[in-house]
Design a protein around this ligand. Structure first.
Ligand SMILES: Cc1ncc(COP(=O)(O)O)c(C=O)c1O
Length: 373
């Protein structure tokens, strides 16, 4: 049993010691020059990770809050939004849109595949009433990376806003917010930013800001009009998750010291290593458009995927994620390579996976076909 356990899940990811120590410092009051200096600093530094000149708003909440804010602040009841559904998290956009009386149009893409940008162009050409397009940078549930650059080219030629869920992908898979014409980028703290869960982020382009003025959906906590006013004074309208913001300042310093390009390279190399090793073990990769954030492999036929994850976690101290939702449950395992997860942890995790599979196969007499063909 490895102690402490190795966390290889696609969020939360491990939090480096330097960040944890800072977050254990005594609390202080947030309506102070001391806090405003820190918050002003992180709001500027976040732009370097989002690769944008646009404002990046920070909320106390999980990533889903920023997904909701990205829809609600820019739309009115009945507005059509195109949701590219290629996994569990993409489907959440549809659920939120329905909850707020929007009119979501689903573009279904088989799990494991990335949307073809051409299909999005066709959908927009066919229906001029579509006001926004929602896509995933990395669809964490299937480890699929979308071609946001090509999608941005297409959407920017229309009046629709491009909303990208980069909750897991930001800081692991390259996302050039401004160059690729992304209007709203959503992210969360518990992934490549190496923080505990609890902060959500949203960057807002000038095109989206103009739309905000016409949006009529009711909103309060995450109404960006409050946040716009506060951010001008390096402040938030409500009590911030102060401890997490302190941690964020340290994490952004660490990201800057390594350099975002170097981080993209490191994640890509670790992702490649993970894919190569899984394939050498005889496992089939699930994603046809692999991401640098997380890798998904099919569980061999005859092996109970949920039991595999449980044995690895409870008996060996390596925590990986299984498949999410009815369609994927027990069929895949997901191994993450973003944030503070390094080659050493991945090597150990993959070694434990191989050993556990061998033990399970020898007790079940299974061959190594995949259960998610
Ligand atoms: C791509 C993606 N979208 C949305 C979410 C939901 O974020 P949260 O659980 O922080 O609300 C996650 C979380 O894993 C995610 O990876």
């Amino acid at each position: 049993m490895i102690n402490p356990a190795i966390l290889l899940t696609p969020g939360p990811t491990p939090v480096p010691e330097a960040i944890r120590k800072l977050m254990a410092e005594p609390i202080f009051h947030h309506r102070t020059p001391q806090y405003r200096k820190i918050f002003g600093d992180v709001s500027e530094r976040l732009k370097k990770v989002f690769l944008t000149e646009n404002p990046v708003y920070t909320f106390a909440g999980s990533g889903t809050l920023a997904m909701e804010a990205a829809l609600v602040n820019f739309h009115s009841a009945g507005d059509k939004v195109l949701v590219v559904e290629n996994g569990k998290f993409a489907e959440r956009f549809t659920l939120i849109a329905k909850a707020f009386g929007l009119n979501p149009v689903s573009l279904k893409v088989p799990y494991g595949e990335a949307p073809a940008p051409r299909q999005i162009g066709e959908a927009l050409a066919k229906d001029k009433d579509i006001r926004a397009v929602c896509v995933q940078l990395c669809e964490t549930s299937t480890a699929v990376l979308s071609d946001v650059k090509a999608i941005g080219e297409i959407v920017s030629k229309t009046d629709a806003l491009l909303i990208v869920d980069a909750i897991s992908g930001l800081g692991a898979d390259r996302l050039e917010t401004d160059k690729w014409h992304v209007d709203l980028v959503i992210s969360g703290s518990q992934k490549a930013l190496m923080l505990p869960p609890g902060l959500a982020f949203l960057s807002v382009s000038p095109k989206a800001k103009a739309r905000m003025a016409t949006a009529k959906l009711p909103r309060y906590y995450y109404d960006l009009r409050h946040y716009e006013k506060s951010i001008a004074d390096n402040d938030t309208p409500w009590t911030p998750a102060l401890t997490l913001v302190l941690g964020l300042q340290k994490s952004l310093e660490m990201i800057e010291a390594e350099g975002v390009d170097n981080i993209f390279r490191r994640c890509a190399e670790n992702a490649q290593y993970t894919r190569d090793t899984l394939q050498k073990m005889g496992l089939k990769l699930f994603s046809k458009a692999p991401s640098s954030t997380v890798t998904a492999a099919c569980v061999p036929e005859g092996i109970d995927g949920e039991k595999l994850c449980k044995i690895m976690r409870d008996e060996k101290g390596v925590v990986v994620a299984g498949g999410q939702g009815e369609q994927m449950k027990g069929k895949i395992i997901r191994i993450c390579h973003m944030g503070a997860i390094g080659r050493k942890e991945i090597e150990t995790g993959l070694g434990v996976l191989e050993e556990t599979l061998k033990e399970m196969k020898s007790s079940s007499g299974s061959s190594c076909c995949c259960s998610c063909k």
